[in-house]
Design a protein around this ligand. Structure first.
Ligand code: TYD
Length: 117
């Protein structure tokens, strides 16, 4: 499986990380002010909840032919990892704690006001 920045992913990839076999735990619970990401779960499956401050929607990720793009100012939660699953995340920037919004109420207010940058 090959993935090319700007070709298969709508941004230049600057960082890749993965979450391995995280059964029984949920991850995420934050939004990013500017970061763009693409999630794929080539092995096993997981459920990703996205929230734009107005609506919540669940996406089931399973298999290498699916990718989920997450733009700036979207709250994300990852749930229901299957045993031995591999969730790979391609990101547009290096890790930067200042880009995170970890408080849901703060996120919702910023998203609804159209701020966040
Ligand atoms: P976090 O992004 O909150 O995890 P997740 O979205 O997977 O639940 O990151 C968890 C910890 O790992 C946090 O202390 C920051 C650190 N981290 C890095 O150092 N580099 C990274 O690329 C990522 C994603 C996290």
């Amino acid at each position: 499986m090959a993935i090319e920045g700007l070709n298969d992913v709508p941004f230049a990839i600057q960082r890749v990380y993965y979450i391995l076999g995280s059964t029984g735990s949920s991850r995420g619970f934050h939004a990013h002010r500017e970061l763009e990401q693409l999630l794929t779960c080539p092995v096993g499956s997981c459920r990703v909840t996205l929230d734009d401050g107005h609506r919540r929607r669940d996406f089931q990720l399973q298999g290498p032919d699916q990718g989920l793009y997450i733009g700036p100012m979207i709250w994300r939660e990852m749930h229901d990892f299957s045993e031995g699953s591999l969730l790979i995340v391609f990101a547009s920037a290096w890790h930067n704690e200042d880009d995170y919004i970890r408080d849901y109420n703060e996120f919702r207010k910023l998203a609804r006001d159209g701020h966040g940058h």
